[in-house]
Design a protein around this ligand. Structure first.
Ligand code: ZN
Length: 214
């Protein structure tokens, strides 16, 4: 039986009558010539932080990788299954993207779970605890700070995890070599889902600042 949830079929109908109609030429061109996005975004799976919506991107513009907590693991060529590293390798070595943006977001459930190791896990399964342990050292330090409120700890770890992922990106030889040659730029951003504010990481200081929009 051919079946999809009704809201997906309705959305698809709107897409075909709307965006696809206006962008059909672009889709055909992309089909003929292949994709050549200049920017890769590493974002969270969270349904409220969709990069294509936030950056108003059309087809072929963004190469998007989403995982829980927008984390990049360190370079570990150990024969295990590394979906994030595989996408990264493809973006950098085959697509030759010019930018990689790690975008975190407010109220991230994965970050909250990492912060509160004593609380019930985000889910009872086998994978999220292990995945979020990538930022365990930072999570332990931040959660031990009694001078911060719970909200401040959450935002702090969301932003620290972005800097952490950027550092891990640079453990990939293909990334560090191309960045050294000036052919690849790494960026950090944090999206506040309640206000729509985007905070961008300052490369020199690591601080997050509001960009001035024209
Ligand atoms: Zn999240």
């Amino acid at each position: 039986m051919l079946h999809l949830p009704d809201h997906l079929l309705a959305g698809y109908r709107n897409f075909m009558n709307g965006r696809y109609l206006t962008e059909s030429g672009r889709y055909r061109e992309l089909a003929r010539e292949g994709q050549a996005p200049e920017t890769m975004i590493v974002a969270c799976c969270d349904s409220r932080s969709a990069p294509e919506a936030i950056f108003d991107a059309g087809p072929g513009e963004l190469f998007v990788l989403r995982n829980v907590g927008n984390l990049v693991p360190p370079y570990e060529p150990d024969g295990e299954f590394h979906s994030t590293s595989a996408a990264l390798e493809f973006a950098v070595q085959s697509l030759k993207v010019k930018n990689i943006v790690v975008m975190g977001h407010g109220r991230c459930g994965g970050i909250r779970a990492a912060l509160d190791a004593n609380s019930a896990p985000l889910s009872p399964g086998d994978f999220i605890g292990k995945w979020m342990s990538l930022i365990a050292p930072a999570a332990e330090t931040v959660s031990a700070s009694t001078f911060m409120t719970a909200t401040e700890r959450q935002t702090a770890l969301e932003r620290i995890s972005i800097r952490y992922s950027l550092a891990n990106l640079r453990t990939f030889p293909c990334v560090s070599i191309l960045e050294g040659k000036g052919r690849l730029s790494l960026h950090g951003a944090w999206f506040d889902i309640s206000t729509g504010e985007l905070w961008v990481m300052n490369k020199e200081t690591g601080d997050f600042e509001r960009p001035v929009l024209e």
